[in-house]
Design a protein around this ligand. Structure first.
Ligand SMILES: [Zn+2]
Length: 368
């Protein structure tokens, strides 16, 4: 009797210790040693700097190739990412993309599937579609193309059959459709002030925010077996409540938080318990990402995430450390983009491990 009670209390103590460990938080000092994966970067330069700082800071990278005019042409992005993966397959992963050229003409589906297969054979782990679908592309009849167009079905079925995730950047931050004085972050305000051509509030003839979100939702509903990754918090960055509804409605969907952390911070400034509860509840569905972009210097580039030209390694290191401070610790941090000091979410270690590493490893089938 005494023995069994001892064993029971020992077991209870171990269980408690395990729980305490899972509930404990990391510190700033833990940053470099904890395995992490930045699930949304763009490594568009044949240069070892990005991987070097990633290895030093304990990061793997998922670099996403995009059909984007300010980036190098798709074949060059492919060459660069293939080379980086060959150099360090443990730390470097990448997603391929496809061109919309010829969409809606005979043979587009077959050509696109063949191009995707060739990229997968070389090591790509996912396929990306960008906001040009919905905001720019038109079919041969001049009609705007949205992602839920049935003419994408053959490609999406191919991805479903091969269990390849689709990363979709659809729409823009909701701020893009709001007057300047109603935008929630200074970075969006200055960007759209300086880029009126991309500022949809000034172009009411273009699809509205809700039109684009509805097309995306119809697309996800149309392909329930597709592993869907909503880039940039699925463009629902302005409301964790709205993003929660999206994740509840679509069990096949996950999101990265790339380039939207200031939107999260704006919400936690206003309602800290709600935002922290969101991260705890959806801890299996969220992936850390930054949108860090290393691009060839291009004076005319109009990217929303302007590539660092000065000291890329420092920018990456600073970004990663300040995000870690916010997500992993309870420390304060001044966030210029929202003009406020925000307190860190202090997510438990087990949750940080998922958001920073395990979810991406699982969703992109990287093993482990
Ligand atoms: Zn991006």
């Amino acid at each position: 009797m005494r023995v069994s009670r001892t064993i029971m209390s020992w077991a209870a103590a171990m269980l408690l210790a395990g729980t305490a460990h899972a509930q404990a938080t990391y510190s700033d000092a833990d940053f470099a040693r904890v395995p992490k994966l930045d699930a949304h970067v763009h490594a568009n330069v044949d240069d070892p700097v990005f991987l070097a700082i990633a290895r030093k800071d304990g990061f793997e990278l998922l670099s996403i190739n995009v059909d984007y005019p300010d980036f190098p042409p798709i074949p060059l992005q492919a060459t660069i990412t293939e080379k980086k993966r060959a150099a360090d397959p443990e730390h470097f992963h990448y997603a391929t993309t496809f061109s919309m050229k010829g969409f809606g003409t005979p043979g587009w589906t077959e050509r696109t599937n063949a191009a995707i297969d060739a990229a997968l054979a070389k090591g790509a782990v996912a396929v990306k579609v960008w906001k040009n679908i919905g905001m720019v592309e038109r079919d041969p009849q001049g009609k705007r193309v949205f992602l839920d167009d049935p003419r994408f079905d053959g490609v999406m079925k191919h991805l479903e059959d091969r269990h390849i995730p689709l990363i979709a950047h659809q729409g823009e931050p909701k701020n893009c459709w709001l007057p300047l004085d109603q935008m929630s972050t200074e970075n969006d305000r200055s960007y759209f002030r300086e880029h009126p051509e991309y500022y949809m509030y000034l172009h009411p003839e273009e699809p509205s925010y809700e039109t684009l979100m509805a097309a995306r939702d119809r697309f996800v509903a149309r392909h329930p077996k597709l592993s869907f990754v909503g880039a940039h918090m699925a463009s629902l960055e302005w409301s964790v409540d709205r993003l929660a509804q999206f994740l509840d409605r679509f069990p096949n969907a996950n999101v990265d938080i790339a380039a939207r952390i200031t939107q999260v911070q704006a919400q936690s400034r206003d309602d800290y318990p709600k935002v922290r509860a969101f991260f705890l509840k959806y801890q299996d569905r969220l992936m850390y990402g930054t949108d860090l972009t290393q691009n060839p210097p291009e004076p005319n580039a109009r990217a929303q995430n302007p590539p660092a030209i000065e000291d890329f390694a420092k920018e990456a290191d600073d970004t990663w450390r300040s995000d870690w401070h916010y997500l992993a610790t309870d420390g304060d941090q001044k966030v210029d983009a929202i003009g406020a000091t925000v307190k860190g979410l202090a997510l438990p270690r087990a949750v940080i491990d998922k958001i920073y590493y395990r979810n991406a490893r699982r969703i992109y089938q990287l093993g482990g």
